[in-house]
Design a protein around this ligand. Structure first.
Ligand SMILES: Cc1cc2nc3c(=O)[nH]c(=O)nc-3n(C[C@H](O)[C@H](O)[C@H](O)COP(=O)(O)OP(=O)(O)OC[C@H]3O[C@@H](n4cnc5c(N)ncnc54)[C@H](O)[C@@H]3O)c2cc1C
Length: 417
């Protein structure tokens, strides 16, 4: 008879947090597949990274927040890219990143819509909160400041461009490729991927004991996996398993554009403020799409968030085509290159937002049960902060305490009643 495992780790959620946790656990020095079993449960029929982790921009920045996670995460992103050829495998590279302000030229009134999906008030994704002031300085506004190679936005329409951080402080990954690479590397060390929607986390005597789930392929309900440790990384869906978690969901739309062949898109990420005037009135609307050049000459752009209702699973997320078309028009309004490009993806996803205390929430929820580890609420910085989160969790599970960083501020005890 084979010996029972010393640790049975179940990760709920195959987004960037869950997949990167699987990578760090399976690469921890004391991990052995003969003593530790790791199972990653993912509710989507289409596999990992179908939510925010596959549809995000992919910025990795030293100026992101919270500080404690960013410091570990940035260094780890650099290491992972160098160890696993992230440049080819997941589009790792350093990028210029700046705030761009100017006018947009629209050909009809459609372009002056806000880009917010049906489902509620416009919500900022709040990426620039980590910067002092968050916007360009007055002196930078006076001069246009456009870098020589940033030729894919119209110089005439530019009022100002100012870098957000010094060169070397901002990088990017392709989030879908990064997440699925983390999973593949974890699987190569013995992690099991299971298509299943977790329905409950069982506990006994103050400790987690198992996870019940519905098999996504067969529809069979009430299947269980034994667990000594459960990592709850189900993004915006995490409260469906732990209802007291103060996590809310914000939906955001994005598109990808392929510029015409022969057009080179220099590596910049732009946080824009575009003043659009309506042809039949003097009113001006300001829109703020984020625009990301990617190494494959693909360009990604996203609009603001909205508060539409979180559906049952990631596969049920509805895309509001009008919101996507608005993003396209806003981006096209400042760039001939993007206007003439072919739109590829129209997509939407929900990002997990900690509704109190800023978040994310990372650590063992001992108030609920020993062995229950929460890792969610990464808001607009989950791609950047996944490696730091995952490294900390792997230490918590394998060493019994987090050694790489002090995460007291993110401890579930501060967030759970
Ligand atoms: C428009 C946009 C742009 C962004 N840009 C950036 C950026 O440039 N840089 C950055 O750092 N961050 C960015 N983000 C934020 C980032 O995308 C998120 O913080 C991150 O993806 C969250 O990852 P996650 O794994 O927690 O959640 P998700 O990616 O949502 O993953 C959760 C997974 O759990 C699964 N799941 C849910 N319920 C269950 C269940 N019961 N059982 C099993 N599985 C379940 C879901 O199917 C899903 O796959 C952006 C977000 C948006 C929306």
């Amino acid at each position: 008879m084979s010996k029972p495992y010393e640790k049975n780790i179940v990760i709920i959620g195959g987004g960037i947090i869950g997949c990167t946790a699987a990578y760090y656990l399976s690469h921890h020095p004391s991990y052995s597949p003969s003593t530790t079993s790791i199972t990653l449960l993912e509710a989507s029929k289409r596999g990992a990274a179908q939510g925010a982790s596959g549809k995000a921009g992919g910025l990795v920045a030293k100026w992101a927040y919270p500080r404690e996670l960013v410091d570990v995460s940035f260094t780890e992103h650099v290491r992972l890219a160098s160890e696993h050829n992230g440049t080819d495998r997941w589009g790792w590279r350093f990028v210029g990143c700046g705030s761009w302000e100017g006018r947009g030229e629209v050909t009809n009134d459609e372009g002056s819509k806000s880009g917010v999906g049906k489902g509620g008030a416009r919500k900022s994704l709040e990426k620039t909160l980590g910067l002092d002031g968050g916007k360009s300085t007055k002196s930078a506004r006076k001069a246009k400041g456009l870098p020589d190679d940033l030729t894919w936005v119209s110089e005439d329409l530019t009022a100002s461009y100012s870098p957000m951080a010094p060169a070397g402080d901002t990088a990017q990954v392709h989030p879908y490729l990064f997440t699925t690479s983390m999973l593949e590397l974890a699987q190569s060390k013995g992690v099991t991927f299971t298509s299943g929607r977790a329905t409950s986390i069982e506990r006994e005597g103050g400790c987690v004991t198992s996870v019940s789930y519905t098999d996504v392929e067969t529809g069979e309900v009430g299947k269980t996996i034994r667990a000594s440790h459960v990592i709850l990384a189900a993004g915006a869906w995490s409260p469906s398993l732990l209802p007291t978690l103060p996590i809310s969901a914000t939906r955001a739309h994005s598109i990808t554009i392929h510029p015409a062949s022969g057009v080179t898109i220099a590596p910049y990420v732009l946080f824009t403020e575009i003043a659009l005037s309506q042809s039949n009135s003097k009113r001006t609307t300001t829109v703020s799409p984020e625009i990301y050049a990617r190494p494959t000459n693909e360009v990604y752009a996203c609009g603001p968030g909205d508060s539409s209702k979180l559906p049952m699973t990631v596969d049920d997320v509805v895309v509001d085509e009008e919101a996507c078309e608005s993003i396209r028009q806003h981006v096209a309004s400042i760039s001939k290159e993007l206007k003439e490009g072919a739109v590829d993806k129209h997509q939407a996803c929900f990002l997990p937002v900690a509704s109190i205390g800023g978040g994310p929430i990372v650590g063992e929820a001992t108030k609920i049960a020993k062995g229950l580890i929460v890792a969610t609420g990464h808001t607009c910085w989950g791609i950047c902060n996944a490696p730091g989160t995952a490294k900390a969790i792997s230490e918590l599970v394998m060493d019994g305490k987090i050694g790489c960083v002090n995460l007291k501020k993110l401890d579930p005890a501060r967030y759970l009643p």
